[in-house]
Design a protein. Structure first.
Lengths: 326, 180
C-alpha cells in the first residue's frame, strides 16, 4: 500500500526528452536523466509480468548496427525493443557489405532508405553517432562510440545505484581502471557529476588522461585513497586489446597495485556497491571473491540495462519537443 | 465553472457503490480492485476501505498505468511521449473478479487500454468497471457496471475530478471549452 502512495504522483520536472537522438550524456539535462530513470522504473515492472511485452512501439522499426563485437549491449537492446513490440533487425558487420568496403555513411543511408525509425549504433570511432545523426532522419542511439561515450551504460549504472541508495547526490563514487580508453568512464563522469555525486577516478598514471580534473572529478593513482569511504566502487575493464602501448609492466602487477580485493574493499563504506560494466577480467581489475561477493551488483546492472534501454527507446520514439510544435 | 459533485456527494456515491459491489458479487470472495492511474487509484483505495467497513474484509488493491497501451501513442507522428508511471499489482489476477476503477468514463479508449493491460497479467474470472462520473460520448462498445454520477456533457466541455489525496480537496467540476 505504501509503495502505491509513494508512486502517486510526483509530477516530473520535464516530461519529454528535448532531442531526436541519444548521442551522449554530456548534452542531457539533469531533469532529462531523472525522467529516463523514472521511466525505467515503470519499464522494469513490465519485465516482471507473465507476459513481458507491451504494445508501445508497435509498428516502429529499430535497426541495431554493431560495428564492434558486443554480447551484452546488443542482446539488451534487442530484448528491450522486443518488449516494447518494435520490429527489430540486427546487422552483424562480419556478414554485411562493410567487409566489401562500404563506408559507414553509405551503409547508414542504404539502411535508412528502408525507413527504420531508430538506429542503435556501436562503432569503433569516436563521433560516429554524431556523424550519423547529421545525415539520418532516424533517431540515433549511441551504443558506444570509440573512446567517447556509452550513454545507456551510464544510465543503467545510475539506475542501479539509485535503486540501492535512493539517490545519486552526495555519494562518493570511486572509478578504478583504464581511464584513458574508457567510454563508460566518460559517460559516467558526465552523469554522476551532473547528478551531484563526488567522483574519484583512479588508475596507473599512464592511463589517466591529462586534464581529467576539468570534468569535475578527483584523480589519484592510490587506489586506497580512491576507495576510502566510497559508497560505490566501479571497476573498469583493462582493455587487453588496447594495451600494446606498454602502459604498465604486467597484468599481475596491475592486479597487485590496483586490483579490487576484499582487503581494499573493506576501506570503503560498509554497504558499498561493487559495479563492473563487463566483460570482467577476473584476477586483473577485480578478484573473483569480490565479483561474486555479497556487495556485487554486477548482474543487477545487466538486468537493469533492459529497463533503461526500454525507457530510452520509448522516450525517443515520440520525437523531439520542438518538432511537435512545428 | 459549476461544481457537479461536492465532497459529500462523492462520499455518498462511493459508499453506495461499495454496497452495490457487495450485493452484486454476494460478498467479497475473489474480489480485487485495480485503479487506473492517476485518479482511479485513490478512488479504488477508498472503495476498498468502504468494503472493509461493511464486511470487515480487506480486498487487495493495485494500480495500473495504461500509457504503454494507449491507441494514440504512435498515431502522433512526432510529439512528446506521455509520462509512464509504474504499474503495481502485487497479487495474481487469475480467477479473481477484478473491479477496474477510473474517475471519468468518456470515449472508452482508456478502458479499452486498461482491459488489454489487465489481460497481460493473467486471466481474471470477470472484470467489472467502476467509474465516479460517466459523461457519455462513447466511441467503443464499453459500459460501466457501477457509476457514481451520470453527467450529460457536450464534447467541448471538460470534466475535472479533484481528489483529496492528489489535489487537496474533493470535487467534480464541469468546465466549458476543454480547459486543462
Amino acid at each position: 500500500m505504501t509503495s502505491i502512495d509513494h508512486a502517486l504522483d510526483r509530477q516530473p520536472a520535464v516530461t519529454t526528452l528535448r532531442r531526436k537522438d541519444l548521442l551522449g550524456i554530456s548534452d542531457l539535462l539533469p531533469e532529462e536523466i531523472t525522467l529516463i530513470l523514472d521511466t525505467a522504473v515503470a519499464m522494469k515492472e513490465v519485465g516482471t509480468r507473465p507476459i513481458k511485452k507491451v504494445p508501445a512501439l508497435r509498428g516502429k522499426t529499430v535497426a541495431n548496427l554493431f560495428f564492434e563485437p558486443s554480447t551484452r549491449t546488443r542482446t539488451s537492446f534487442e530484448i528491450a525493443e522486443k518488449r516494447l513490440s518494435a520490429d527489430t533487425l540486427s546487422i552483424a558487420i562480419a556478414s554485411s557489405s562493410v567487409v566489401k568496403g562500404e563506408t559507414l555513411a553509405d551503409t547508414a543511408l542504404n539502411l535508412e532508405a528502408m525507413a527504420p525509425d531508430m538506429i542503435v549504433l556501436r562503432h569503433a570511432s569516436s563521433g560516429a553517432c554524431h556523424f550519423l545523426s547529421r545525415i539520418c532522419r532516424s533517431a540515433i542511439i549511441n551504443a558506444g562510440d570509440g573512446m567517447h561515450e556509452h550513454p545507456t551504460q551510464a544510465l543503467l549504472d545510475a539506475f542501479t545505484i539509485r535503486a540501492r541508495k535512493g539517490q545519486l547526490a552526495g555519494l562518493k563514487v570511486a572509478i578504478v581502471g583504464d581511464l584513458l580508453h574508457s567510454r563508460v568512464l566518460r559517460s559516467n563522469i558526465h552523469l554522476l557529476t551532473k547528478m551531484g555525486a563526488d567522483v574519484w577516478v583512479c588508475g596507473p598514471p599512464t592511463l589517466i588522461p591529462a586534464d581529467i580534473g576539468r570534468f569535475g572529478v578527483t584523480a589519484t593513482s592510490h587506489v586506497e585513497e580512491a576507495v576510502d569511504g566510497a559508497d560505490v566502487i566501479m571497476l573498469l575493464r583493462i582493455q587487453l586489446e588496447r594495451m600494446e602501448g606498454a602502459y604498465f609492466p604486467s597484468l599481475r602487477e596491475y592486479f597487485h597495485v590496483f586490483g579490487m580485493t576484499e582487503a581494499r574493499m573493506r576501506l570503503a563504506s560498509p554497504d558499498v556497491l561493487i559495479m563492473h560494466p563487463g566483460p570482467m577480467n577476473r584476477g586483473v581489475e577485480i578478484a573473483s571473491e569480490v565479483a561474486d561477493g555479497p556487495y556485487s551488483v554486477i548482474l543487477d546492472q545487466v538486468a537493469n540495462g533492459v529497463a533503461v534501454r526500454m525507457a530510452v527507446l520509448y522516450l525517443l520514439a515520440g520525437g523531439a519537443e520542438h518538432d511537435a510544435a512545428a | 465553472m459549476p461544481v457537479v459533485m461536492d465532497a459529500d456527494r462523492i462520499g455518498r456515491s462511493l459508499a453506495r457503490i461499495a454496497h452495490e459491489i457487495v450485493e452484486r458479487n454476494k460478498g467479497t470472495d475473489d474480489l480485487a480492485f485495480v485503479g487506473v492511474r492517476t485518479r482511479g487509484v485513490p478512488i479504488a483505495r477508498r472503495l476498498a476501505r468502504a468494503l472493509r467497513d461493511i464486511t470487515g474484509i480487506e480486498v487487495p488493491t493495485g494500480a495500473l498505468d495504461i500509457t504503454l497501451y494507449r491507441d494514440d501513442l504512435m498515431r502522433m507522428p512526432v510529439g512528446p511521449q506521455p509520462v509512464v508511471r509504474s504499474t503495481e499489482i502485487a497479487f495474481s489476477i487469475d480467477s479473481r473478479k477484478i473491479l477496474l476503477v477510473d474517475d471519468v468514463l468518456y470515449t472508452g479508449r482508456t478502458t479499452r487500454a486498461a482491459l488489454d493491460a489487465l489481460i497481460d497479467f493473467g486471466r481474471p474470472k470477470a472484470i467489472q468497471l467502476v467509474v465516479l462520473v460517466d459523461r457519455g460520448h462513447r466511441e467503443l462498445p464499453i459500459r460501466a457496471d457501477y457509476v457514481g454520477k451520470n453527467l450529460p456533457t457536450a464534447p467541448e466541455e471538460s470534466v475535472q475530478v479533484r481528489l483529496q489525496e492528489i489535489d487537496g480537496d474533493d470535487q467534480v467540476v464541469l468546465e466549458q471549452g476543454g480547459g486543462a
